[in-house]
Design a binder for this molecule. Structure first.
Ligand code: GLN
Length: 537
């Protein structure tokens, strides 16, 4: 078994996760079984309790783990199935070590960062290796080299590499080579210093992946090679992609990264066949059709808050050979300026998940606008609850209908907590989380889109459709097209007299891939294109 460690230097947000994921794509296409994991040095047990402003989206796995959004890249770029084994935070490590200490596991020893914390970290790599039976484990270390909180992780991977032998483990350091406008040059100094920092703790990277805006010429490559002590072929240019993150695997392949990795790890495999990725890129760069859809949210301008939603929309586009322009609409602006002004001309309207009251009324106006004007609508989690509230208020005339999340005293709590959730007092990891089965109704739009009747989708929410109102809704043309197998929980809804109005209590955006667009997103983009086609602006 072989191990690849990906570290980052100079600044955060360099796309280490994408680099790890794209390398995973290449190795998989060489016929290798790949497993990916991410270590995060912060003290939260998981990112589930963090605001999107702090951490971007929380990515949910089948087993209900709330994880870093890089795990979304791992699942989208490879076929690996992830579980809570694949994301480890300092918080989890310390929790485990402290529990062990209380239970007397350390038999009277002084409990220390080295070896107890580092052992726990190494253990997680071994556990994943055992469980995944992968040929190659790629471990990404979050944070930036030089951060105090990252040190135990770096120490642990240094020891790990020593223990498994240098033929079996390599280090890839992702750094930044900034372009300094005043000098008109790319500068290598930050990279040199960041590598020096790594070597100080005993890690000598085998490969330097240089994020840069301009191409790295031969001279710069030689300079980095000399100062960072790697052969020149191990200086990899990771230039900003022109169109899409999905170009990354092809770009790294052109730099022969996968070739080099396989040589360093003594892996003999054929060159990867990337024809299907090339076709994906073709559809992204030169699609046959184009459409604009709106995402109505409250974290507008924050690229990472709706990461998987945006990616899934793009996948839906790939599935229709359709380039999608995503218009980010601030729900509060709809409240101020009206739906028509903010949403006019869009092929489709999507309301994603969310928590908290800000922007709720704007989202309700967006759902109303989509329903009344027969514009394709896709609601995800909160987006389904919004569609429900809107229908209750404006079609069923249930005055002040609301979710109890936003109005505890609503006379018509059409969205409410189940008893099980009412008792919950702790915040972390206590929502309805992870993959759960759902049965689709024969003849429904959802059933048609999925082409099957039992599906498994991932959840992350507390509130549910209030069954007390089911009959009233049904009589007025609101279709419950997906239910939990016991029939008690509403999972998918749609509208009868509408070309495409569909919303799910689960989060389909966690299961879409560029080469396997999710049926709901594929259907949404097809409907949006159809709508614009038949109703020219
Ligand atoms: N706030 C809602 C709930 O908890 C919706 C959550 C979401 O959209 N993920 O049920």
């Amino acid at each position: 078994m072989k191990f690849i460690f990906v570290t980052g230097g100079v600044v955060s947000s360099l796309g280490k996760g994408l680099t790890a994921a794209a390398l995973g794509t290449l190795l998989e296409n060489r016929g290798l079984k790949v497993a990916l994991q991410k270590f995060d040095p912060y003290l939260n047990v998981d990112p589930g309790t963090m605001s999107p402003y702090q951490h971007g989206e929380v990515y949910v796995l089948d087993d209900g783990a709330e994880t870093d959004l890089d795990l979304g890249h791992y699942e989208r770029f490879t076929s690996t199935k992830l579980s809570r084994m694949n994301n480890l935070t300092s918080g989890q490590v310390y929790q485990k070590v402290l529990n062990n200490e209380r239970e007397g596991v350390y038999l009277g020893k002084t409990v220390q960062v080295i070896p107890h914390v580092t052992d726990e970290i190494k253990n997680r790599i071994h556990l994943l290796a055992e469980k995944s039976k992968a040929d190659v484990i790629i471990t990404e270390i979050g944070g930036t080299t030089g951060d105090i909180e990252g040190l135990p992780f770096l120490e642990a991977i240094r020891e790990f590499a020593l223990e498994v032998g240098y033929n079996n483990a390599i280090f890839i350091h992702v750094t930044y080579v900034p372009f300094i406008k005043a000098a008109g040059e790319l500068k290598t100094k930050p990279t040199q210093q960041s590598v020096a920092k790594l070597r100080e703790i005993g890690i000598a990277p085998h490969i330097i992946a240089c994020r840069c805006e301009k191409p790295l010429d031969k001279e710069l490559r030689q300079k980095i090679s000399m100062f960072c002590n790697v052969p020149v072929e191990a200086v990899i240019e990771a230039k900003d992609v022109d169109h899409s993150i999905y170009e990354m695997p092809l770009m790294l392949q052109r730099e022969r990264l996968d070739d080099l990795v396989c040589r360093l790890l003594h892996l003999t495999t054929p060159a990867p066949n990337m024809a299907h990725w090339q076709e994906i890129i073709r559809k992204l760069i030169a699609p046959q059709h184009r459409v604009r859809v709106g995402v109505v949210g409250k974290y507008i301008g924050l690229q990472d808050a709706y990461k998987s939603v945006y990616e899934s929309i793009i996948h839906g586009g790939i599935g229709n050979d359709c380039g999608v322009e995503i218009v980010q609409v601030d729900a509060e602006e709809i409240e101020k300026f009206g739906a028509d002004k903010m949403l006019h001309g869009l092929g489709g309207i999507l309301v994603p998940g969310g928590f908290g009251e800000r922007g709720i009324e704007g989202k309700i106006l967006a759902a109303k606008y989509a329903r009344e004007n027969k514009i394709p609508y896709l609601g995800l989690c909160l987006g389904m609850q919004i569609a429900t509230i809107e229908f209750a208020r404006n079609v069923l005339k249930l005055e002040k209908a609301h979710s109890t999340e936003f109005d505890e005293n609503s006379p018509h709590p059409v969205i409410a907590l189940l008893d099980a959730q009412r008792k919950v007092t702790k915040k972390g990891g206590t929502m309805r989380l992870g993959a759960q089965p759902c049965q689709l109704v024969v003849g429904s739009m959802a059933g048609q889109l999925y082409g099957s009747f039992v599906i498994h989708e991932r959840h992350r929410h507390r509130y549910e459709f209030n069954n007390h109102y089911r009959e009233k809704f049904e009589k007025a043309g609101f279709v419950f097209s997906g239910l939990s197998p016991d029939g008690k929980l509403v999972e998918v809804i749609e509208l009868k007299d509408h070309p495409f109005f569909i919303a799910s209590q689960f989060h389909p955006e966690f299961l879409s891939k560029p080469h396997q667009p999710h049926p709901l997103f594929k259907g949404f983009i097809a409907a949006a294109h159809q709508y614009i086609h038949h109703k020219p602006l």
